[in-house]
Design a protein around this ligand. Structure first.
Ligand SMILES: Cc1cc2nc3c(=O)[nH]c(=O)nc-3n(C[C@H](O)[C@H](O)[C@H](O)COP(=O)(O)OP(=O)(O)OC[C@H]3O[C@@H](n4cnc5c(N)ncnc54)[C@H](O)[C@@H]3O)c2cc1C
Length: 390
């Protein structure tokens, strides 16, 4: 692994830095868990697309730059350093997009990829159901093929669907063979959320905003050409999507490096109070080193993948590492802030302080989403360490 950047990579870094400097909104956008914020983020996606920065790893003919993983890491570093808005269409661009490129028909690629890239269609993910979270193979929502074979009729319920309140489309898995069980008989279907028979019920999160929703399907008709992959083959298509989620793309190191840098700034600005508890200084140093370690490991993995290697069960070690690091960093920030830590971002004169409480609340969900850390530990035990199931 070469630990220096080529001239080309440095020029690429400069190009994105210049663009971000000219384009990142001077005022932070509203939360995308509000209707107004969702619209602002949709417009930001369109702007990124215009600059060809929306999905740099996509092929050029689809509006991307055909960027490799190292360029992607550089892009992410600049993106977070510029404090650019979080990506409202993450589910579409980073998860469904690559899945469509692998499993979609030419017609589906033409139909869906551009709307996703421009921010016209924001996607949510419909995997989890009551009693089918960690055990995703327990999915019960059904999709029955109509007699003439032209459409599916969907009945059932999904839950914990992030950003479903204002999203346009949902991708998910449904049981198409009523006799089937577990991983068999499931089909991957793309559903327009304005279809008749759909009810989206918001779920408020800890900060009171409806970041999630339950989606109820009551005889929802979806044309058969919205199926991705073959009927009954949904599990393997979904595993590709989940692989994109748990692999490198879900959480780039830049996000945590930037938080670590802000934590160091916070410590320096409040040193007198912070140093009353020596554990705080240690926690700040550890956070900084851990974020750097995660970055180096990711660079190493990226180089290996670019040379044809694969990422397997070790993605689970990444997932545990970044989610716990995020929790530790935010907990340390709250300790430094003391009583001020209770200020919410929209409190009068909260300034930058409120973002820490906001981040702390969100960090609590890291060990749960994208497969809980208990499940990741099972995977590590069985697949990396070769330990018995029980
Ligand atoms: C911020 C956030 C965003 C999310 N976004 C989405 C989304 O967009 N779309 C979507 O479909 N879902 C989403 N989810 C749901 C998420 O995928 C599930 O919450 C997760 O898979 C866990 O499932 P569950 O909540 O049903 O918990 P359960 O599966 O009921 O688990 C409860 C507890 O038991 C533990 N447990 C369960 N089985 C085992 C086992 N075999 N061994 C050891 N421990 C076990 C779990 O680790 C957990 O601690 C989101 C969740 C969060 C927090």
């Amino acid at each position: 692994m070469e630990l220096t950047y080529t001239e080309e990579q440095q020029a690429f870094r400069q190009e994105i830095r210049t663009w971000l400097k000219a384009n990142v909104p001077s005022e932070p956008l509203k939360s995308f868990d509000t209707e107004e914020g969702f619209q602002q983020h949709r417009e930001w996606e369109a702007k990124l697309y215009e600059g060809r920065w929306g999905m740099i790893t996509w092929p050029e003919e689809m509006g991307g730059r055909g960027a490799d993983l190292l360029q992607w890491l550089i892009f992410e570093e600049e993106y977070y350093a510029a404090r650019a808005p979080l990506r409202v269409n993450q589910n579409g661009i980073f998860l469904l997009g690559p899945t469509l490129m692998e499993y979609g028909t030419e017609e589906q690629k033409k139909r869906f990829l551009n709307g996703m890239a421009t921010g016209k269609d924001i996607w949510c993910q419909g995997w989890s159901e009551p009693n089918a979270g960690s055990d995703m193979a327990a999915i019960r929502s059904r999709a029955d093929l109509s007699e003439d074979g032209s459409h599916y009729i969907i009945n059932g319920q999904k839950t914990w669907s992030t950003r479903a309140v204002w999203a346009d489309w949902c991708f998910g898995m449904f049981r198409t063979d009523p006799e089937s069980s577990r991983h068999k008989g499931l089909t991957f279907i793309l559903v327009p959320l304005d279809s008749e028979g759909i009810t989206v019920r918001p779920i408020p999160q800890l900060d009171g905003l409806p970041g999630f929703a339950e989606i109820f399907f009551d005889n929802v008709k979806v044309p058969v050409d919205c199926r991705l992959g073959g009927e009954g083959e949904g599990w393997s298509v979904a595993m590709a999507t989940a692989g994109f989620e748990r692999g490198l793309m879900l959480r780039s190191p830049a996000r945590f490096q930037e938080t670590a840098k802000r934590l160091v700034e916070l410590y320096k600005a409040n040193r007198e109070e912070a140093d009353q508890d020596p554990a705080i200084r240690d926690a700040v140093i550890r956070a900084y080193l851990d974020a750097e370690a995660y970055a180096l490991t990711t660079y190493q993995t990226a180089c290996r993948l670019m040379q044809g290697g694969k990422i397997g069960a070790e993605a689970s070690t990444n997932k545990i590492f970044w989610s716990e690091l995020d929790q530790r960093m935010h907990a340390t920030a709250l300790k430094i802030l003391g009583a001020r830590a209770e200020l919410l971002p929209h409190a009068p004169n909260a300034g930058d302080v409120g973002t820490w409480l906001d981040g702390w609340l969100f960090s609590q969900s890291g060990p749960i989403y994208a497969g809980t850390n208990e499940i990741q530990r099972n995977i590590i035990a069985e697949r990396l360490l070769g330990m018995p199931r029980k």
